[in-house]
Design a protein around this ligand. Structure first.
Ligand code: GLU
Length: 466
């Protein structure tokens, strides 16, 4: 049996889309599951639209989510000579031909098809015509001689048997008149040269597959297997497009979604294994198979991404969580100062409560990270004379406390509730605003303990609230 090899073949003509990441993930997991190879092929033959910046973003995104490819990335434009060579071979063997139609002629044919409301298909004018009649002033394109009669059957590993009438596949261009190869030619030649055994890609490539299969057949190459994955739709059921927000990995990492959580979510988006939801990396590799891929489109659901992330926040090792938070703050907020690191780390146990994202943890823990409290302008107005008295009473009581913990703090709070003739909120809220700048946030005991006695006393006596 040939060693399994898969590939992810994005065009660097825009940022890598979440759907592309899922395709990469499925290819990667399948190759890992089969002890095979996984390659990244950058399909950059469209020189005008391909950008180095997008190539780098693709590489960075795969790295971020933990997909590592074998060998160096394969740059398709470096192999153009190989593609042209195959086009010429096909031409020589009579499997392809030169088409001398002018662009006006083609436009005219397209117009007519549109008027008749039928899909345009090249009329094969030069398929059997002698080159002796060729116009001198036209540089020809090379077209593949597609099958006309009968049907073709694709044994798709996800969709099952897919049959089409051969006459729906036109004599597609393989070499443009400037001598550059087209996608269908380059992709098949590369897939063959790279010994790709399984081509797993989006449903929208099914027609290309029927074209590529014919190139393989014409060249008598060993045929790979194909698996077409249903596309991802928006929650409203529309096709996901690059214009949808939250479509690149940066959009997710920016709000503090963690790579493992997103990877787990994407794995479950269109693939299932019994009713299992959470997959460690090892489990994903061990259990991934093509049979588990569903046949209908899946919907990208932000709420599910958030709850998956929440699950990971609650369950991963706190050192790991801390490292990810540190990195997140550095990239998108402000770096956690080294003298605050221990406090943040110790406080994760409660800062992660109710947090769905790293950004939520950052917001919950911001009061620890700052030297000066940032007061919410509305909340500070709640510090009236009554509140001020609670704050100064609490501060006075705190003087006699040696060790801050719930057992030592609770009696003080209860006492203040009584002496100030108020309730828990009447004590907790002024303290929380004084210590964090906001009336929302972690529990008051957690705040006090995390700041430590000196810092608490400093904040309670701040001029801004007295
Ligand atoms: N460059 C193509 C794309 O980004 C590749 C499709 C394929 O996997 O062959 O859609």
């Amino acid at each position: 049996m040939k060693k399994v090899a898969t590939r992810f073949a994005p065009s660097p003509t825009g940022p890598l889309h979440i759907g592309g990441v899922r395709t990469a993930l499925f290819n990667w997991l399948y190759s890992k599951n089969q002890n095979g190879k996984f390659y990244l092929r950058v399909e950059d033959t469209d020189k005008e639209r391909s950008k180095e910046e997008y190539k780098n973003q693709i590489i960075k995104s795969l790295k971020w989510i933990g997909i590592n490819y074998d060998e160096k990335e394969y740059i398709q434009s470096n192999k153009i000579k190989d593609h042209v060579k195959i086009a010429n071979e096909l031409l020589k063997n009579g499997q392809a031909y030169k088409c001398y139609c002018s662009s006006e002629e083609i436009e005219e044919q397209k117009k007519r098809a549109k008027q008749k409301k039928i899909p345009y298909i090249y009329d094969r004018k030069w398929r059997d015509k002698s080159e002796a009649n060729a116009p001198k002033n036209i540089q020809p394109v090379i077209r593949f001689k597609s099958k006309i009669d009968g049907t073709s059957l694709l044994k798709d590993l996800v969709q099952g048997d897919v049959e089409i009438d051969n006459n729906t596949i036109e004599d597609f261009i393989i070499l443009r008149n400037d001598g550059t190869p087209t996608y269908n030619l380059s992709a098949s030649v590369d897939d063959h040269h790279m010994n790709v055994t399984h081509i797993i890609r989006g449903d929208d490539h099914k027609i290309n597959t029927f074209k590529q299969i014919q190139i393989y057949q014409a060249m008598k190459w060993e045929m790979p297997s194909f698996a077409h994955i249903p596309l991802i739709h928006t929650i409203e059921g529309k096709k996901l497009s690059k214009r949808d927000k939250a479509s690149t990995l940066d959009d997710y990492s920016k709000i503090g979604i963690m790579p493992d959580a997103l990877r787990n979510y994407l794995l479950r988006l269109g693939w299932s294994y019994k009713d299992k939801e959470i997959f460690t990396l090892d489990e994903s590799i061990k259990l991934f198979n093509l049979e588990g891929i569903g046949k209908s489109p899946s919907k990208l659901d932000m709420n599910r991404i958030l709850s998956m992330n929440e699950h990971y926040i609650k369950n991963i090792d706190e050192n790991d969580l801390f490292d990810q938070l540190t990195e997140y703050c550095k990239l998108y907020k402000s770096e956690i100062q080294s003298d605050k690191k221990d406090k943040i780390k110790e406080s994760l146990i409660f800062l992660k409560n109710k947090a769905k994202t790293l950004e939520d943890i950052f917001n919950n823990g911001q009061y620890i990270m700052v030297d000066e409290v940032n007061f919410n302008q509305d909340d500070i107005k709640l510090i009236d004379d009554k509140a001020k008295k609670v704050i100064s009473d609490f501060n006075a009581q705190l003087g006699s406390v040696d060790k801050l913990n719930k057992e030592t703090l609770e009696p003080i709070v209860n006492e203040l509730i009584k002496s100030n003739d108020t309730n828990f909120k009447g004590v907790g809220q002024p303290l929380r605003i004084a210590l964090t700048g906001s009336k929302f946030g972690p529990g008051i005991y957690d705040i006090i303990i995390s700041l430590g006695k000196d810092e608490v006393r400093k904040r309670l006596t701040s001029k801004k609230i007295s």
